[in-house]
Design a protein around this ligand. Structure first.
Ligand SMILES: *Cc1c(COP(=O)(O)O)cnc(C)c1O
Length: 395
């Protein structure tokens, strides 16, 4: 066979692979679609050689703050540091209780003992998977009456891209004089009515981990607040507790900056973020239309635009989930379980937990939930393939 023919056959295979291979979150496809803008942005940083705290960082902070509708944005090295910086700015430490949903990524709770404070895990709402208001209130009451801890902060996580119930959370926070830390790592770009995520907390944080709704090409994060004094403290804390400059150190801080390269990538991606979010909304609606009634589809509250970090369904039990995941895997469809283990069962917290409330909803959902592929570049045929394979298990 001639090499030309070989190449021809190779191309057929490549072409076929391109249309069948499904990614859980297709970052390669996103890059292909927007290669020119991203390449130009990255190249400009490399040529300018202002790799740390280059002008793109301040530009991005301004743009993110305006987008979220918040006065201050301080970028940092990742979403976990962002959470820690918020607790540092509030001087949370030994003797303090911080309320955290039991169903979330480890970071949301990890930063609490890191500051010497006590995490108190709270159960979730069975429909939205966000923090349960009844469970929260009971957990606070427990801490007030049965421990000598001081309740200080509610960490509200916008799980899978849906903002938590901030109006009601604010009511509880006011009643008990608590601060709200919005963990919007999964919800950048989401809204309640016209108000965007990263504006609901006294301090709010997000992550630019590549697979998040707004992702960079490495680690990245940001902290948002309307409070001038906290913003000043955050700006100091994330650069070695600097005073007038980096070599004048007035407090103990971190080295937690966003690279200029990552800021440039994010500036380029901000240009098409809204489009991407709209597309994810369409895909989610398509999934829900086809799957509702067969599996438990996501429940998005009235007036919310979800950022669809995940499209998570629930089935009857663990065995059914295993069957579903195996069948999809066989069909070349990736799935993932967020999250398999409640926070209160993580070994890292063993022996130190204030078990204020039972977290039975979380325990139940951890056994039954599974997330399907969702990203703005998922094609109609791929959506159809996922739905058909799921539905075929109930025929
Ligand atoms: C991803 C994530 C984080 C942490 O972000 P990193 O940038 O990976 O440190 C925190 N909270 C939640 C809910 C997340 O999903």
């Amino acid at each position: 066979m001639s090499t030309a023919e070989d190449a021809g056959i190779e191309n057929v295979y490549k072409e076929r692979k391109k249309t069948t291979a499904m990614e859980f979150r297709d970052l390669k496809k996103q890059y292909q679609e927007h290669q020119k803008e991203i390449d130009d942005a990255v190249k400009a940083v490399i040529q300018d050689a202002h790799y740390i705290s280059g002008p793109q960082v301040a530009q991005l902070e301004e743009r993110l703050a305006a987008y979220a509708g918040v006065k201050h944005c301080i970028t940092c090295a990742n979403g976990t540091d962002a959470l820690q910086l918020a607790l540092m700015a509030w001087e949370i430490g030994p003797g303090d209780a911080v309320f955290v949903p039991d169903f979330t990524f480890f970071s949301s709770g990890e930063v609490v003992p890191l500051m010497g404070a006590e995490p108190v895990f709270v159960d979730i709402d069975a429909d939205t998977y966000n923090i349960s208001l009844e469970s929260l209130e009971r957990a606070i009451e427990y801490v007030v009456h049965h421990t000598d801890l001081t309740p200080r902060v509610i960490v509200a996580v916008d799980l899978f891209g849906q903002p938590a119930e901030y109006k009601k959370i604010r009511g509880i926070a006011d009643r008990y004089h608590l601060l709200i830390l919005e963990d919007a790592a999964q919800s950048f770009g989401s809204r309640i009515g016209e108000q965007r995520a990263c504006s609901f907390g006294d301090i709010s944080t997000t992550s630019f981990f590549p697979a998040k709704p707004l992702g960079c090409y490495g680690d990245g994060g940001a902290v948002f607040t309307d409070n001038d004094a906290w913003a000043d403290r955050l700006r100091s804390l994330h650069v070695h507790g600097k005073g007038g400059d980096k070599y004048d150190n007035i407090r103990i801080g971190l080295n937690s900056r966003l690279d200029t390269l990552q800021a440039a990538v994010l500036l380029a991606k901000m240009d098409f973020l809204e489009e991407e979010l709209d597309r994810c909304d369409q895909i989610a609606a398509e999934y829900t239309k086809r799957l509702a009634g067969v599996v438990k589809t996501p429940v998005i509250q009235q007036g919310i635009r979800c950022a669809w970090a995940q499209y998570t369904i629930c089935v009857k039990d663990k065995e059914e989930r295993e069957r579903l995941m195996a069948a999809l895997k066989e069909a070349g469809i990736p799935t993932a379980v967020y999250y398999k283990k409640p926070m209160h069962l993580q070994q890292a917290f063993a022996g130190r937990l204030v078990e204020a409330v039972p977290c039975t909803q979380t325990e139940d959902i951890c056994e039954r939930c599974v997330s399907l592929p969702i990203h703005p570049y998922l094609e109609e045929e791929q959506i159809a393939a996922v739905c058909e394979r799921v539905l075929s298990l109930w025929k």
